[in-house]
Design a protein around this ligand. Sequence first.
Ligand code: GLU
Length: 424
Amino acid sequence: MVTRPEDATAGVFNPWLNVVSLIERAGRLLQLDDGMIKRIVTPERILEVAVPVRMDSGNVEMFTGWRIHHDTSRGPGKGGIRFHPTVNADEIAALSADMSIKCAVVNIPYGGAKGGVRVDPTLLSRGELERLTRRYAFDIASMIGPDRDIPAPDINTDTQVMSWVMDTISMLRGQSLPGIVTGKPLAIGGTMGHAGATSLGVTICTEGVMKKLGRPLHNQRAIIQGYGKVGAPLVKMLTDRGIIVVGIADVQGAISVPGGIDPEALAKHFAEAGTVVGYPGADDVPSSQFFTIPSDIAIPAALGGSITDVVAASLAATVVVEAANGPTTGEAAAILQERGVIVVPDVLANAGGVVASYFEWAQDLQGFMWERELFQQRLEKTMRLAFDYVWNRSEQLKVNVREAAIAVGVERIAEATELRGLFP
Ligand code: GLU
């Protein structure tokens, strides 16, 4: 069950209630009627499952998992699966709504969904992780399918986890179903270019916003919070475009390198040390002070909620590009707006991943794999078009980029909902 506005705890940021208020605000801006706004906001289906796993010790442990379909008016549900110890129904519901908006913003034929299991996967052996994944996939099997809902990787889930999901459902249905999940390895129907696609989309949005602001990329300073699937490839992509990456944070700490980080040297250091901390020549920075590092562009690429009101008040950059999902709290967003900081929101900035997933799924359904060049070209084009469309809409509607992106998503969902009518 997701939290209703009347049950909210005052002063505690709730990602679900935050997205509800953003969608409602967009609906009012677009002058949609209340019934339509309610239909768009309310999740279609919420499944909570108990996931029993036999641990290596022989004991059975119970985990809780969810799969939520937020809106499927534009197509099957789409969205990742995350494994994290703080996952809960509100977070998954918020992320599923973000997926509805995101898929509509980049105009791909999907609705929004999300799933997750409340677990710390770093404490599991590989065998335990496989058993957890397969049992969870089985538990949500009734919700997913190539034309129903297509999961993908998210925090702490990767190509191997996707392979186990694909195999479990394929075994269950007695047929090979590559189109049931995206973000798979190449050998079982994955696509070239999926890894790094989110980072490429973030890079295109960074280029886009700096161009609109009339600021050449060369020598702009960026900081990136997170050195994982999205953050790590970003260091190189930004550096290749002349941006100087002057700060990086990961779970173990944060570093500042005013002269700029060398992407290869950092990758080598990380491979040996398992953290960005200790990178030769870097100054350590307390994690709480990370966003105060003097910079022009700040890129949160880690967990949600990292840009709080306190962080927003002292953030040094004038541009934020949200590579993570939900990194900025509602209060923080208001402070950034007041301070004149331009924010490219998650539903636009990190959509490269789901666009790549769409291309993978399309190839799987067609049984015809594309060349890398075609993939790359289409990804870049889709992201540029979406960025320009949202930017123009923000000028027309006289709202910030986040509000414009949500409005674009909501108006496209409303159009589909209206066209399909109300059953029965
Ligand atoms: N987890 C990614 C996201 O939040 C990708 C989702 C997908 O490809 O379905 O956008």
